[in-house]
Design a protein. Structure first.
Length: 750
């Protein structure tokens, strides 16, 4: 048995969702495994690699050069795009490994495997050693993701994502090697080759080959970022505004599918509708290099669109064109404009991106018109929260579906409409609304499997149903289709926060903030990002974000509430009271705000004011029919300390019964913490410790391991040895995460 140490590029691939497929359809899973093998073996050989072995649905291979490994990974992904259900994650690491008896061992194998597990669906993650060998290759795009402590690896590993600007096709002499292969295998290989070559040719002729009559943009340096500001409606009929907005939206949506670009979402550019601000100022506020502005006019069956691309730094018009078409040509026109912009920005498109960019927005113009109107009502609702807008949106989407029952975007529109209704729905209707969201999203995907909005909306459904793993899978799928989907990154940040994966949570929130640069959503995003920082005790960053949110929206009651929470966790109880009072000033009739103010006074032992605002909260609750669930014990605490102990016991018992029943039903929230607090106050230490252990199992969140140090209900338990052990351990774990986050912030990587 001979062994040797060699420097090698190790590639690990894994089929996404294979284990679940084995559980539901074993034959289909085996077929997929066979197809995966038939794709990878010849490609690994072609790129001078060595197929080492299969590990379940994973493949381990080695290469003499990093370049071969990277190009092979890209070719494998490209080939898999044409096999339904076959999606891979790939990891590559360059390092010293031991080859022994046709097998390979060492840290290099472990690192490649760990990178593969972290990679996005359809993506490739590589280590720093790989990155250093390809960073000067102009055809390879690399992007730093983060530094990660990988399991069984002593030092942190810097992780990069790689994509190819162009797909490398087979060389002609390679064809001879395959002629000797069995017919079935040969057919598959030639199909792969044909797709690769065709994809490269299409990309070349559509986006790389020079065309006459166009002004070539200057060489693009640095990040290619763009905002499409609202198109002016030049039609005499103001009701055609939805046409101008639809033209802007579709161009933006098509550009958003291109990973090589950073595209600002519509909600962030709405603030510039009819603006007088100069382009350089707009670009600076949105943090982009390019602005696309334009106008649209519809008169009868004719349309006229003027579009111009501006390099913000110099205010140069690098591209402009005027189009006069018939209305039935609108979809082709949207594709043409998006393609022209991609070409001017020298954006490289994968075949899949090329297909998505050139996909028609709809199959029927009349259905499309109704869909645009429905979408405008949804956008309007996001600003004014008028239920009538949701009613109108539903009507428009249904009219679109009456014309074209297979119109996937309209089905998603209905799903989003029900999701919006769910936020303010009575509790007894929430389940029905959420079930409708799932139904409509699945319906949409039955007509269009590559619809990012359907995955993103369905992911939000799963978040609401506490199915975090499915929520994350759907958001990642949405991002794989639309790499600029700001809402998917935002949702992913919250989902990872729910899983207590705070690094991924903050990384996702950061990406969302790179895209969302304004509108009513930005302050909310800042506050939710702050909550992730609060969860790890990173209060300086959290408070800075909340202060920015308040500056942007001084009327945002929730921002004052979260600021008060953060200050309480830091023991700044007097200052926390001030911001809780501000929350009530902004929203004086909110039961939640009034209850929070009661709690703030109780923390300061001012039970007279605590009772005063508690009673006000109860009056407002009766008006709205709101049913409290999680802070009943806080009511009991105030009543107890104002001499109403019998009434207080009733509240404590109600809280215990309600929350223990909720836990038996599989529901989640702050229930374990609240039960621990209730039992601790009642002097039932064993039960209090039991529920704190449950908190430990699921992971403390939202900073409760710091809150507990000031929570008056735990005063009698703080000297308990087990209490100190549980809380100390939780705080130490967060301190470790916090130090990594602060270091990444210092480097500008988070």
């Amino acid at each position: 048995m001979s062994s040797s140490r060699q420097l090698a590029a190790i590639m690990f691939t894994d089929i996404v969702g294979y284990t679940a497929l084995m559980g539901s359809d074993e034959q289909k899973a085996f077929d997929l495994l066979r197809k995966n093998r038939e794709i990878q073996k010849p490609l690994i050989k072609h790129y001078n690699g060595t197929w080492i072995k299969e590990l379940g649905d994973g493949v381990l291979a080695s290469f003499h050069t990093v370049t071969d490994a990277v190009f092979c990974a890209a070719a494998i992904h490209q080939a898999c795009n044409n096999i339904e259900g076959l999606q891979l994650r790939i990891g590559i690491h360059l390092g010293e490994v031991i080859f022994e008896d046709k097998d390979v061992f060492g840290d290099g194998v472990n690192i490649a495997s760990r990178l593969q597990a972290l990679a996005p669906i359809g993506g490739t993650y590589v280590s720093e050693s790989v990155y250093k060998n390809i960073s000067n290759k102009k055809e390879i795009i690399t992007g730093f993701i983060r530094e990660e402590n990988l399991k069984n690896v002593s030092e942190p590993v810097k992780i990069y994502e790689i994509t190819l600007k162009e797909t490398s096709s087979y060389q002609q002499e390679t064809l001879t090697d395959f002629k000797k292969q069995p017919a079935k295998k040969k057919k598959i290989v030639f199909e792969i080759m044909a797709v690769l070559i065709l994809g490269a040719l299409i990309s070349y002729f559509l986006f790389l080959a020079p065309k006459s009559g166009t002004n070539s943009a200057k060489t693009i340096a640095g990040e290619k970022s763009i905002a499409v500001i609202p198109f002016k409606n030049m039609s005499e009929e103001k009701e055609n505004q939805h046409f101008a907005d639809g033209m802007m939206d579709e161009i933006l949506n098509k550009l958003s599918k291109i990973r090589d670009l950073r595209v600002i979402p519509r909600t962030s550019v709405e603030q510039y509708r009819d603006t007088k601000k100069p382009i350089p100022e707009i670009a600076k506020e949105l943090d982009v290099s390019y602005i696309l502005e334009g106008s649209a006019q519809k008169y009868g069956d004719q349309i006229k669109v003027i579009a111009q691309l501006i390099y913000a730094k110099t205010h140069d018009h690098v591209w402009a064109d005027t189009y006069i078409k018939t209305y039935k040509e609108v979809f082709a026109l949207q594709n043409e404009i998006a393609g022209s912009i991609a070409k001017e920005l020298q954006a490289k498109l994968s075949p899949q991106e090329n297909e998505l960019v050139n996909k028609a927005a709809a199959n029927n113009l009349e259905a499309y018109d109704f869909y645009l109107r429905g979408r405008e009502y949804i956008i309007r609702y996001n600003s004014d929260r008028n239920e009538r807008d949701l009613d109108n949106a539903k009507t428009m989407f249904n009219k679109a579906l009456q014309i074209d029952t297979g119109y996937a975007q309209a089905w998603v529109g209905l799903g989003l409409e029900y999701l919006q209704r769910n936020w303010n729905a009575p509790e007894f209707l929430e389940q029905n609304y959420l079930d409708s969201v799932l139904y409509y999203c699945n319906k949409a995907l039955s007509f269009d499997i590559n619809l990012a909005d359907a995955y993103q909306t369905r992911g939000r459904y799963y978040s609401n149903r506490r199915n975090t793993d499915k929520a994350i899978a759907d958001q990642e799928k949405a991002i794989s289709i639309d790499p600029n989907h700001a809402w998917a990154y935002w949702s992913l940040g919250w989902d990872y926060h729910s899983k207590r994966d705070f690094l991924k949570s903050l990384g996702s929130f950061k990406r969302a903030r790179q895209l969302i640069k304004g509108g009513i959503e930005l302050p909310v995003l800042l506050v939710q990002t702050a909550q992730a920082h609060i969860s790890i005790g990173n209060f300086q960053s959290a408070d800075s974000l909340i202060e920015k949110a308040i500056q942007l929206r001084p009327d945002m009651a929730g921002a004052y509430g979260i600021y008060s929470w953060s200050l309480t966790l830091q023991g700044k109880l007097e200052k926390a009271l001030v911001y809780t009072q501000k929350m009530v000033e902004v929203n004086p009739n909110s039961p939640e705000a009034l209850s929070s103010l009661s709690h703030a006074y109780s923390f300061l032992k001012d039970f007279k004011n605590a009772l005063k605002y508690l009673e006000k909260a109860e009056v407002e609750r009766k008006k709205t029919g709101d049913i409290r669930i999680t802070d009943v014990h806080r009511v009991g605490y105030v009543l107890w300390n104002t001499g109403k102990k019998d009434e207080a016991r009733k509240y404590f018992n109600d809280q215990i019964r309600t929350l223990e029943e909720a836990l038996k039903l599989g529901r989640s929230g702050s229930y374990n913490y609240d039960l621990a607090a209730t039992y601790a106050f009642l002097g039932e230490d064993k039960k209090a410790i039991y529920y704190l252990r449950e908190c430990e199992k699921e992971g403390f969140n939202f900073g409760t391991e710091y809150y507990i140090m000031y929570d008056p209900l735990f005063e009698n338990l703080r000297s308990n040895k087990e209490f100190k052990e549980i809380v100390g351990k939780a705080q130490a774990q967060k301190a470790e995460i916090r130090s990594r986050v602060i270091e990444l912030e210092r480097k500008g990587e988070l």
